[in-house]
Design a binder for this molecule. Sequence first.
Ligand code: ZN
Length: 221
Amino acid sequence: MEDSALVVFSGGQDSTTCLFWAKKNFKRVVALCFTYGQKHVKEVEIARAIAEHAGVDFHLLDATFIGTLGTSSLTDSSLVMDQEKPADSFPNTFVPGRNLFFLSIAAVFAREQSIRNIITGVSQTDFSGYPDCRDTFIRSANVTINLAMGEQFIIHTPLMWINKEQTWALADQLGVLDLVRTKTLTCYNGIVGDGCGKCPACKLRKAGLDHYLANKNKEND
Ligand code: ZN
């Protein structure tokens, strides 16, 4: 078993699943959470509570400059959130540069703690098509960060090639299906657990869960 890992952690479905994946694969796990100017600041308290429950060290860093630098409906209340993915682009819930900043900051933070494994819950199968969730970006960022610091970090992306249904299956395998379902915050309207049911994040999360539970019940019949 590898020694230690840092999880870029938001308290949502994906990063919470990654947190428990990390606990299974590493002796010591540290959760790093960011404020980036998100409208729903209670996200941070939810993340802290999950980390505490998981028995993982929780650290919070202020990166609110990210939200003020670029435009996103997740950080600007005056913008109406895109409900659909535009045909030729990604929705305005995209936060420009977020994952690049997060990974760079996480690597410096990890280095100070002698941690070389960094875990992020990004997924290429995410329907939104955010460029900084793609595998090519992560590989490129990994190389750049290693060159920038003369280190050999490994960025792990356990969810990169799996969809939401498979992410629920992974949470179930890790024994945290109920925890992820009831304690995490994915909803763009800031409602914990099953959420508002109407925003794009809730719809994606619910469709995955419904599929997973339906197939699981079929297998058990
Ligand atoms: Zn919602």
